[in-house]
Design a protein around this ligand. Structure first.
Ligand SMILES: [Zn+2]
Length: 282
């Protein structure tokens, strides 16, 4: 089964600020991004996958405010395919109310992004969210890694800061987005020792040298089975991500550089995401 564990829907204008969209375009390697992604457009882009996890993001500091019912309405219309995650901005949202809303809307997980939200990942408000998610079997997708947003503090972005979370909440299922780039080694040592901490490869293929090195490092640490398939649509697509993966050995052609086997590549594409997240029933 092909599962995309990382994708977005949101309305622009409406859910994203002009500043966010302008900064995204300034960093988009020359092509203009279409960031108005209503459910219909998302569903079309996901024609090639069997299941897809979808979320918005809530981060007032960075100009993102996707309502949770926008996600749940979409997921409810396509229960066979679309798995909706809620989002909460622990820095500015009323935490109890939002968490209850996420449960009431039957969303299956929670998206967080401390660097976008301008909050330390172990701030007491964040710890409260983790405790709730652990108790309610809600996996979290956490953007712990760099971003293009100028006001996003990199000091809150180091993956290693999630170790205290994994120790405090050992049953919490957590995906560190984008291998925690550029701090991939921190992410790999973290997912190696904490059974319920995973990472995803979304949006990495367009830095092919870093992508190759990251996956070879993951192979050497023996953690390829903790890495889940995802695209980060609309920033890229599942097809482009698969192509990037199948081209991963490109740098090794005609050299003695290490390679991923075909089996390892296909294992990354068809990762057992739902089982890892305890969402087999979803
Ligand atoms: Zn994303």
């Amino acid at each position: 089964m092909l599962v995309d564990c990382h994708s977005h829907v949101w309305a622009y204008p409406g859910h994203l600020s002009d500043d966010f969209v302008n900064e995204a375009n300034a960093r988009s390697r020359g092509h203009k991004l279409d960031l108005h992604i209503p459910p219909e457009k998302h569903l079309k882009a996901m024609a090639g996958v069997d299941k897809v996890i979808v979320f918005g993001l809530r981060a007032r500091h960075s100009g993102l405010a996707v309502p949770n019912d926008y996600i749940s309405n979409y997921a409810n219309e396509h229960p066979e395919k679309v798995i909706g995650f809620g989002a909460i901005d622990p820095a500015t949202d009323p935490i109890e109310e939002m968490l209850d809303e996420i449960v009431d809307l039957k969303l299956k997980g929670v998206k967080l992004g401390p660097i976008y939200q301008n909050i330390h990942p172990t701030d007491p408000r964040m710890m409260h969210v983790y405790a709730f998610c652990e108790a309610h079997h809600l996996p979290i997708m956490i953007h712990q890694g760099a971003t293009f947003i100028r006001t996003g503090p990199l000091k809150y972005a180091f993956p290693i800061q999630l170790e205290d979370v994994a120790i405090a909440f050992p049953e919490l299922r957590m995906i560190i987005a984008h291998l925690g780039h550029p701090w991939v080694a921190e992410t790999l040592v973290l997912i190696r020792k904490h059974p319920h901490v995973y990472s995803d490869i979304s949006a990495l293929h367009y830095r092919p040298w870093q992508f190759y090195n990251s996956l070879i490092l993951a192979k050497e640490y023996g953690v390829l089975d903790k890495i889940l398939f995802g695209s980060d649509y609309p920033f890229t697509t599942p097809e482009a991500q698969i192509e990037g993966l199948r081209n991963i050995n490109h740098f090794a052609e005609g050299t003695n550089l290490p390679r991923l086997s075909e089996e390892q590549i296909e294992g990354l594409i068809y990762s057992p995401t739902l089982k890892c997240l305890g969402l087999d029933g979803a």
